[in-house]
Design a protein around this ligand. Structure first.
Ligand code: TYD
Length: 137
């Protein structure tokens, strides 16, 4: 059973010079899964909350490539809030962790690397159902 302690920060490579920085990310090398999908959240209005669900199997790396936001992690027993505000580290979230993203700074961009294609059947969008599933595991 996954817990919030399994949600790890991962330092990403940073290749920098006076012209700026590059961060390359390889699935299976920098993060513990192959990358099946990339998406990003942007133009998030102030005060909006994203997420609000868990995934049955999907693993993700969440990176703030621009600006900052908070991620609230919940394993059904404990919660913690972490802040992401750098393009060279990410938060690795395993399966069956409830997450909410909030407090997006103006212009903030949240990059997500995902282990699976989009599949609505992989989502648990009801918190009560999530808690029951965690108790069952
Ligand atoms: P959702 O994952 O609930 O967004 P968030 O967790 O950021 O609040 O997705 C919102 C909508 O976008 C939902 O109707 C499904 C759709 N969607 C896709 O079609 N493909 C994707 O890769 C993602 C992430 C979402």
């Amino acid at each position: 059973m996954t817990t919030i302690d399994d949600c790890r920060f991962i330092d990403l490579p940073r290749i920098g010079d006076r012209k700026g920085n590059i961060t390359p990310i390889y699935g299976g090398k920098h993060i513990p899964f192959d990358i099946a999908r990339v998406y990003y959240l942007y133009d998030v209005p102030g005060g909006a909350m994203r997420g609000g669900h868990a995934h049955k199997e999907l693993q993700q790396l969440i990176v703030s490539v621009m600006g900052a936001f908070d991620v609230v992690l919940d394993d059904g027993q404990r919660k913690k809030t972490v802040s992401l505000d750098r393009a060279y580290y990410g938060l690795c979230v395993p399966r069956m962790i409830w997450r909410e993203q909030e407090n997006f700074s103006s212009g903030g961009i949240c990059l997500v690397l995902a282990s699976m294609p989009y599949d609505e059947n992989d989502y648990i969008r009801d918190h009560g159902t999530f808690l029951r599933e965690k108790l069952r595991l």
